[in-house]
Design a protein around this ligand. Structure first.
Ligand code: FAS
Ligand code: PHB
Length: 389
């Protein structure tokens, strides 16, 4: 089998790239390890930057998003009972849109199906070859048979635990990592959100986040220990702990209910440099990970896809390789700024086991400065709504 771009991974990065390539007549094949139902069942991100919304519009996949997505023009940070609302619209002429990654993935798969785009699910033994030549290939097993996909380029969109990043030799790859000493216990419940905007809460008991998917589907998180397990947490225990961490006026309004999903995610910052090697290009979680505090994981995958699509379109349509040659440098320039913001939000809002009294005073002073200083609010707003591509 042959295609122009082999895409490893059928998550948001791979799916969006395949549709963008199709829009300018470039062929691709998506190779996905899981079933479509498994991928569509994942509960992950909830906040979309305008850049991602624009890309979904570009490939005609924003219809449901425009009907069901909720525009947010600000967010709330709290420290015990002290609340600070940071407006986006006071500083930046663009909102974020609350619309679950689960729905984005379903919309992308539906569009691929309508347009007859090639993909193979439940593949295994994916291996990349001849990446330093102009005729790379990918081998894989599907339905018990071995296959070889000849291509011009390989897009590694296979997430943090995929194989693509490993194809870059260790003596070429530089990896930067920070693992946080806590995780997030997340709950999805068919209850009305406690507030019409998100609340990021720093309390003496730890971080909490009040988010949502729609007016009757809420998403909540509390910081938890790395040794904790989902089964340690009954719904009642979760709700009681969440109430202790958010401002009293919000806790009093909180509508609780049975969890329909409950999971624990670890937190890490991670970047692989370079993000390309020969004819291999890494996108999204295959190349970098952020703690979800800044809502940047999915959104930085989108900016990678934008840069790679522009580079591949330059190669095939304009006959110029400038874009693909500059891909890694361009993507990393934005990635590191997103890593910084995600690290800053995480450091500001979580309680760390080794934190001193001085460290706590620094968190409090940072929030006080944020409350009093429009320039500090603008910096947060510009990062949160999304840095320019
Ligand atoms: P993905 O990991 O989504 O997709 C990679 C795909 O490649 C997967 O479908 C996988 O099955 C497939 N794959 C892996 N290895 C393969 C192989 N060898 N062969 C073929 N296919 C292979 N971001 C936020 O902004 N907010 C959040 O709250 C948030 N919560 C998260 C919770 C969890 C548990 C995780 C893991 C991530 C979370 N993220 C969050 C980040 C998340 O949204 C990612 O940024 C986003 O999924 C990135 O998309 P992809 O780059 O497509 O990677
Ligand atoms: C979510 O709704 O899942 C969500 C929102 C904002 C974040 C992280 C997660 O920063």
């Amino acid at each position: 089998m042959r295609t122009q771009v082999a895409i490893i991974g059928g998550g948001p990065s791979g799916l969006l790239l395949s549709l963008l390539l199709k829009s300018v007549g470039i062929s691709s094949v998506v190779l996905e390890r899981q079933s479509r139902a498994h991928v569509e069942g994942r509960i992950r991100a909830g906040v979309l930057e305008q850049g991602l919304v624009d890309l979904l519009r570009k490939v005609g996949v924003a219809g449901r998003l425009e009907r069901e997505g909720i525009e947010h023009h600000g967010t709330i940070l709290s420290y015990e009972n002290d609340r600070v609302r940071v407006s986006f619209s006071d500083f930046v002429d663009q909102p974020v849109v609350v619309y679950g990654q689960t729905e984005v993935t379903k919309d992308l798969y539906a569009a691929r199906e309508e347009r007859g785009l090639a993909g193979v699910f439940e593949v295994s033994d994916v291996a990349l070859g001849d990446l330093k030549t102009d005729a790379p290939f990918v081998t894989y097993t599907a339905d018990g048979l071995s296959h070889r996909l000849e291509c011009d380029f390989v897009a590694g969109c296979d997430g943090f635990r995929g194989v693509s990043r490993q194809a870059i030799p260790l003596d070429v790859r530089r990896e930067y990592e920070k693992v946080y000493p806590f995780g997030w216990l997340g709950v999805l419940s068919e209850t009305p959100p406690v507030h019409h905007e998100l609340i990021y809460a720093n309390s003496e008991r730890g971080f909490a986040l009040c988010s949502m998917r729609n007016e009757n589907l809420s998403r909540y998180y509390i910081q938890c220990g790395l040794d904790e397990k989902v089964e340690d947490w009954s719904d009642e225990a979760f709700w009681a702990e969440l109430k202790r961490r958010i401002p009293e006026e919000d806790a009093a309004r909180l509508v609780t209910g049975p969890s329909i999903e409950k999971s624990i995610a670890p937190l890490r910052s991670f970047v692989c440099e370079p993000m390309q090697w020969g004819r291999l290009f890494l996108c999204g979680d295959a190349a970098h990970i952020v703690p979800p505090t800044g809502a940047k994981g999915l959104n930085s995958a989108a900016s990678d896809v934008h840069y790679l699509f522009e580079g591949l379109r330059g190669h095939y349509v304009d006959g110029s390789d400038d874009g693909i040659e500059a891909y890694s440098a361009r993507a990393l320039d934005r990635v590191w700024k997103v890593e910084r913001f995600s690290w800053w939000m995480t450091s500001l809002l979580h309680r760390f086991p080794d934190q001193s009294g001085f460290d706590l005073k620094m968190q409090r002073a940072e929030l006080a400065f944020l409350r009093e200083t429009p320039a500090a609010q603008e910096a947060l707003a510009r990062n949160y709504v999304g840095l320019p591509y």
